[in-house]
Design a protein around this ligand. Structure first.
Ligand SMILES: [Zn+2]
Length: 293
């Protein structure tokens, strides 16, 4: 019996040591790229948030980080000595204590609330604009039933002001379509969005974000031919641990429900490391299955 106990203790110790070593190796190459969408206090009560969109149920407000929460996150980064940079192909050469801040879609609250806070801490961020919708002064497809001014996108003037304030702009297609759809001209959506931002603001756009992180070989090929680097959303265990391909950079999603503790887990890479452990995902599946019974 005593040998079984000893065996078990040795197994647990080895298990922990192996994972610690794996984390240290992972951490050496980990570059945090944080993904935000909106920074706003315009959040609906939980029961009113869910809508049906493109065949799935979405929590409309899960991507809204409250203004004071965002401020606290930036304050923490500043206090800990993090610096921010523009996205470029150099991202794969990891620099110590560098964090990349990214915002998708181009909502006006990015200008109204996120931009002043970023300036206050002297941080830079990249804003991926849905260029065609901005140009037509329309609303995002997801907001078609809620066209209040709170849901409007940036204007070109606001975007220009942010560029002058040190921010970077990236492309995010013209109309926020899924690039895996067969019935859209994805070349036009990808390259057209880059051209439109460049023309309207007289800047060079070197980076791209795949809407909803959806891509296929053809989309990546077009992106490779037109940009220096591109970002996806956070992915499960099937995607490689580290960002080796500058055209498929995985990000850490910062959502409205994240506590400061969770923010730190995402910033330090612990959240991604755990997400990539296949055995942990299987265990999670078994626990969920047992709870449903
Ligand atoms: Zn998007």
């Amino acid at each position: 019996m005593i040998y079984v106990v000893y065996g078990l203790i040795i197994f647990i110790c080895l298990f922990i040591i192996i994972h610690l070593i794996a984390f240290i190796i992972f951490k050496r190459n980990f570059v945090p790229i944080l993904m935000y969408h909106r920074v706003t206090d315009d959040v609906k009560p939980k029961e009113l948030r869910y809508i049906e969109h493109k065949g799935s149920t979405l929590d409309l407000d899960s991507m809204k980080v409250k203004v004071d929460v965002f401020n606290k996150q930036m304050e923490y980064l500043k206090k800990k000595g993090y610096k921010t940079k523009h996205l470029s192909k150099e991202i794969i050469n990891k620099e110590k204590k560098t964090v990349y801040l990214t915002f998708d879609d181009g909502y006006s609250d990015n200008y109204e609330f996120a931009y002043p806070i970023l300036k206050q801490y002297n941080f830079q961020a990249v804003f991926f604009l849905t260029a065609g919708i901005i140009d037509k002064n329309e609303f995002m497809p997801i907001d078609e039933n809620d066209k209040r001014k709170e849901n409007r996108l940036l204007t070109w003037d606001e975007a220009k002001e942010m560029v002058n304030g040190g921010m970077q702009l990236g492309a995010h297609t013209l109309n926020h379509i899924w690039l895996t759809n067969d019935d859209v001209n994805i070349e036009e959506e990808i390259v057209g969005s880059k051209r439109l931002i460049e023309e309207r603001l007289n800047i060079f756009v070197n980076t791209f974000a795949y809407p909803a992180g959806m891509y296929n070989e053809k989309a990546v090929e077009i992106v490779r031919n037109n940009f220096e680097c591109a970002v996806i959303t956070s992915r499960g265990s099937d995607f490689p641990n580290n960002n080796k391909d500058p055209y498929l950079l995985e990000r850490e999603t910062i959502s409205s429900s994240d506590s400061m503790f969770m923010f730190k887990l995402k910033l330090f890479g612990i959240h991604r490391f755990l997400r990539k452990l296949k055995w942990l995902n299987k265990l999670r599946g078994v626990i969920k299955w047992l709870l449903r019974r």
